[in-house]
Design a protein around this ligand. Structure first.
Ligand SMILES: Nc1ncnc2c1ncn2[C@@H]1O[C@H](COP(=O)(O)OP(=O)(O)O)[C@@H](O)[C@H]1O
Ligand SMILES: [Mg+2]
Length: 320
């Protein structure tokens, strides 16, 4: 149960019509209950607070402690699952995350928890960040992206304290929280003198993730499969592997992006020219070709132009 102090404070804030204080206190009670293992009650309190806040037109987006400004970027994503071109298996696993979150009450009644700590692994430009946006949109929750690299640079030495602030937010403000490219912490080790600090931060982050018992979704994304030791796996409810698009994925993606600009062309050469490109690079090449069409007052993308755009992407790709 809430402490006597909490109850008195709640009553005082109500009588003085201090809504913000009342919400804060209510969330503190929720946190207190969660610590005692009363996660059901904690969840219910948060839902009540959230609903009331929204009903009053309150800002559902985050209010940051000011020193975190620039470290966390918030958005209300608007990208449905259908924009994401991935294997059926990946598609189903993402759907399952969304589905379990929507039905979490049902699961809770049987003492089960929904999947909400997710690790995304794979090469750049294959849809990891996009997946976080899609999940946030499907759950109608704000997406908050934590700029891990900036956090480490700016708060060198006190990153763990900042992480604690962030995990307080995760607990108090339900949302989707993306730790994007968090290998920034573990990577570049050899060039960095502060190897010790980096390792401490990574360990602190993993510990916070492990301890978190909030209603938020926590997504980590990394390009660095080397990070995937067992210690890391253990902390996540699900690990999703992303890969470069195969032929059928490339065709689906190109058709999606080209939309009405798609000409009636033979796909063989296009698929051959796009082999080895990431989703992001192929997406980019298609948009380049659409621009050409628009600037030349054409209704359709010219196949030669698209092939040329793909070649350019490949060259940029190979120079990297
Ligand atoms: N699997 C995908 N399906 C559809 N579009 C994609 C996919 N992957 C990447 N893209 C396109 O490329 C852009 C950048 O991809 P992103 O999700 O940031 O890649 P990552 O985070 O894996 O590096 C996306 O906004 C989207 O336009
Ligand atoms: Mg990304």
């Amino acid at each position: 149960m809430a402490t006597a102090e909490q109850i008195k404070a709640l009553i005082r804030s109500h009588l003085s019509e201090d809504d913000e204080r009342f919400y804060t206190l209510a969330l503190q009670v929720a946190a207190h209950e969660a610590q005692q293992g009363h996660t059901g009650l904690a969840h219910d309190i948060r839902v009540i607070v959230d609903k009331s806040r929204k009903a009053r037109g309150g800002n559902a987006l985050l209010k940051f402690p000011s020193d975190l400004a620039g470290m966390v970027i918030s958005e209300q994503a608007n990208l449905p699952l259908s924009t994401l071109v991935v294997s059926d298996e990946l598609h189903n696993r993402i759907r399952r995350i969304v589905h379990e979150h929507r039905q979490q009450d049902k699961l809770k009644r049987h003492g089960l928890a929904n999947r909400r700590k997710i690790l995304l692994v794979g090469p750049p430009g294959t849809g990891k960040t996009l997946t976080a946006q899609v999940i946030a949109h499907e759950l109608r929750m704000p997406l908050h992206t934590i700029q891990v690299d900036k956090l480490v640079t700016k708060f060198m030495g006190e990153t763990s304290a900042k992480l604690r602030q962030i995990f307080d937010l995760i607990r108090d403000e339900q949302g989707v929280y993306l730790f994007d490219e968090f290998d920034a912490i573990g990577g570049e080790r050899s060039r960095d003198n502060d190897v010790g600090e980096m390792r401490r931060v990574l360990n602190a982050l993993l510990q916070f993730i492990e301890q978190d018992a909030s209603d938020s979704l926590i997504i980590g994304a990394t390009n660095n499969p080397g990070l995937l030791d067992r210690a890391l796996f253990r902390r996540f409810d699900d690990v999703l592997h992303y890969a470069l698009p195969d032929e059928s994925a490339r065709r689906r993606l190109a058709e999606n992006v080209l939309g009405t600009f798609k000409g009636r062309f033979a796909w063989e050469s296009i698929l051959a020219e796009s082999a080895g490109l990431s989703h992001a690079e192929l997406d980019h090449a298609c948009r380049d070709a659409i621009k050409e069409a628009i600037l030349n007052d054409r209704q359709k993308v010219d196949r030669q132009v698209l092939l040329q755009a793909l070649r350019e992407r490949r060259q940029t790709h190979e120079r990297r």
